[in-house]
Structure formats: C-alpha cells, structure tokens
Design a protein around this ligand. Structure first.
Ligand code: SF4
Ligand code: SF4
Ligand code: SF4
Length: 241
C-alpha cells in the first residue's frame, strides 16, 4: 500500500485549511457589494457583539480620534448599516493593544465595553495562516528591501508609529518572523510563535491567547494579500479546536 510522504501530507494539510477558510472568507468577492450589510468586520477592542455594537455606537468617532496608531477608520455608505461606525482594516494598520485601551475609555456609549481594560480581555478575532504557499518562512525566503518597501511607506505621525516602522525595517535580510515578533500581545509567545512543521520548515503557529488584533496581517511582507490574516469575530477554539 502506498504511504503518503510528509511533504505531501503537509501540503494537503495547508491547502485543505486554506481552501476551507478561503471559501468561507474569500469566496464572496463577486458578491461583495450585495453582502456588505452582512460582512464580518474587524471592530475595535471591546466591541459588543455586532448587533449590540450597531445598536449602541453613536458614531461620534471618539475612539478614532484617540487612537495613537491611527488604526481605526470610519466606514462609508458602501457598508450599509455600518456606515459611520469604526473598524480596523488589518492589512493597513492593526491594533497595537495600547495600555489602558484608550479607544475603549473614550467610547461614551458603551459600544466598546468598559469592562474590557486590558489586552488580555480583548477578543476581536483570531489569526489564521490563510495562504501558507505565500509565507516567506515556509518558503525559506529571506525578507528583502523590496518586500518591506510597501510597509515602510506607511505614514508615521508620532513616536509610536515611528518605532513600528523602525522595527519593521530591522527585518531586512533576515528569515521572516515579522508576524510573530511584531505581535503586540503582552505575552507574545502565548499568541503566536515560529515553529517547525514535519518537514523542518519554519512557520508561524497561532496560539490560544491570540486576540485577533490584526498586526500580524498588517506586517506580513508578501505582496498584496497577506499570508496570515485575521478572521474577525472568530475564536481560537472554533478555528483550531
Ligand atoms: S487599543 Fe490602541 S491601537 Fe488599538 S484601536 Fe484602541 S487606541 Fe487604537
Ligand atoms: S510575516 Fe509570518 S506569515 Fe507573513 S511571510 Fe513572514 S512568517 Fe510568513
Ligand atoms: S497573533 Fe496576530 S492577531 Fe493574534 S494577537 Fe498576535 S498579532 Fe494579533
């Protein structure tokens, strides 16, 4: 009887999960305009469940104003009933889980739950290596200047943002560990860490403390769509359990 090789098994494992979640989260491209009202958005830390959030958010933009990383943006009319509400476009800028969560403190309506006071209380979603075939670590490819250029073109309006860019720049010429090393969760290795698969190849392993902040998706240096993405409103138990 034929035995399946380790590399074939890994390829199947990666592609099966990528296909499943690709269909679930990426398959609706052509239907996107019609589905906007129901799209699953990445909301700021502490956001109530989506219907509660939509009913409670007064669209004042206070959370957007206080965010020192310029993470939060206001949705426009193309997002249906979500118009005027804040969200995180992870590929552009993730949430850096600031001390005391100023966005939550600034929210006057309770749409961002005031009981959430610490990064470890946050549940925005969960990270997922959606495109393992593109991951530089799995491919054994070092991070080039060209790969970092789009990330380094991000505007930096203050010291915190400048430090982010400086850290990103330091990965040039190295094996890619950007998603794991830039993760802002306080006990980083409980949220994500580089580990080896059965073939001995390094890859980012998402772990149970991941809060779905989106920073790994932001800093993934592959062109256009990131290899690692955040699944908004999903939990570790549901995706990996
Ligand atoms: S925790 Fe900080 S970075 Fe994240 S959305 Fe709130 S203010 Fe912005
Ligand atoms: S940032 Fe992470 S997912 Fe993206 S290429 Fe590097 S190791 Fe792979
Ligand atoms: S693994 Fe990614 S989404 Fe999860 S906490 Fe770390 S940077 Fe955020």
């Amino acid at each position: 009887m034929k035995t399946i090789s380790n590399s074939r098994r890994n390829a199947l494992k990666w592609s099966a999960s990528a296909l499943f979640f690709g269909a679930l989260f990426g398959g609706g491209v052509y239907l996107a305009p019609r589905l906007h009202a129901r799209e699953i958005l990445l909301r700021p830390p502490g956001a109530l469940d989506e219907s509660g959030f939509l009913a409670t958010c007064i669209k004042c933009g206070q959370c957007v104003q206080v965010c020192p990383y310029h993470t939060l943006t206001i949705l426009d009319i193309t997002h249906g009933s979500s118009v005027g509400t804040p969200h995180v476009e992870a590929r552009v800028r993730g949430c850096y889980l600031c001390d005391l969560l100023p966005c939550v403190l600034a929210c006057p309506s309770g749409a961002l739950e005031h009981a959430i006071t610490d990064a470890t209380d946050v549940h925005m979603g969960v990270a997922f290596l959606k495109r393992p075939d593109r991951c530089l670590a799995l491919r054994g490819v070092v991070v080039t200047k060209e790969a970092l250029a789009p990330l380094l073109a991000h505007s930096h309006k203050n010291e915190r943002e400048r430090i982010v860019l400086e850290k990103i720049a330091s990965f040039e010429g190295k094996a890619c560990t950007l998603c794991a090393d830039m993760c802002p969760y306080p006990e980083q290795d409980k949220a994500i860490g580089m580990t080896r698969d059965e073939e001995g190849r390094w890859y980012p392993q998402v772990r149970s403390a991941c809060v779905g902040c989106g920073v790994c998706e932001e800093v993934c240096p592959v062109a256009e769509e990131a290899a690692i993405v955040v699944l908004p409103r999903e939990s570790y138990a549901k995706v990996y359990g």
